[in-house]
Design a protein around this ligand. Sequence first.
Ligand code: ADP
Length: 385
Amino acid sequence: MNEDLHRSERGPSAEEELTGSYPLLIECVTDYAIFLLDPQGIVRTWNPGAEKMKGWRAEEIVGRPFTLFYPSDDVASGKPRMLLMKAAQAGRVSDEGWRLRKDGSRFWASVVLTALYHETGAVKGYAKITRDMSERKRMEDELSETLRCLEEANRRLEESDRIKSVCLSMASHELRSPLTSIKGHVDNLLEGVAGALPEKVARYLDRINRNVDRVIRLTTMILDLSRIEAGEMRVDLEPLQLGSMIAEVCRDFEPTARSKDIAITVTPLADVAVRADRDKVEQVLHNLLHNAVKFTPSRGDIVVESGTADEDEVVITVADTGCGIPGDHREKIFEKFYRAPSHVQEGAGLGLAITKSLVEMQGGRIWVESEPGRGSRFSFTLRRA
Ligand code: ADP
């Protein structure tokens, strides 16, 4: 007995029953438009998903060209025909773009067009599956608009930051040369190049000198900070003898310390060698000693210690018996423009921010221990040579 005959006698097989439900499955789909086109692109079937998405009922659209779903500029550029051609050649083509509903409104569609072939290889039609991606498109558009705004804001910030740095460094340059010249002339007068000075004049000139020093120090710090922030500050690491360098910087501070009756004691363990940048280490020590003298009242003590922290590092400490720093301000004093409350009015809050950067550029760390009313200990590390 022929097998087909046998089958029809015993009714459809389980597999046939399952595949027979296929059109029913398509009828159940409401989130996707699933329909067939003939080789010329005429709509031949229509499912509830297609009606929901595009607004056409089956009796209104079946028999009409699928170009109705495309905006006029797509039709004019031949896009619908092109997609059919590509699907016929490659078997399948996918596309994303604007499509039209029956009422003329637009939605963003994701489309897969699959060619169906006769056994001879000729195209017998196309299966088209369309998904409405308008929500995703809206979110993507919003996201890219937000990103564009952020990039624009960032660009403006960078530009204003650059202008600020240029202005700061130009202003400090322009200030420094006349100030250095004023200081030179005052020094000459004090040294007597124009003859002996009455005591009162010498005293005034001395005050002028000290104030000029303050402004020169401030402009130098502003310049340093703008160089650090612009990434233009370079360090030149070389082997250095620490002990002699510390002694030299401390010697520079002796006159100021003596005028406040402050004793500076240096206790280096030995003249250890470090790998560091001489100018930058001197600047760090200078800033720490400057603060120690400034924040320590008369008859105080300053001790500069150095010793080996471990086999890689040397630690240098500048300790004073000054006003100290309250606990909640201790970490913040390394931020630029930050000043803790104290009896001292002078200062722009830049010295420690610069000091921290200079230490870190040389591979070191800096920290402070302090007890309000009893004094502060600023320590920093340098790499051993
Ligand atoms: P400033 O020019 O204001 O001294 P710094 O950055 O050098 O700027 O210091 C920041 C703040 O840290 C100071 O205003 C002060 O409150 C505190 N400070 C720094 N060094 C000491 C110190 N040795 N003793 C007490 N307070 C200090």
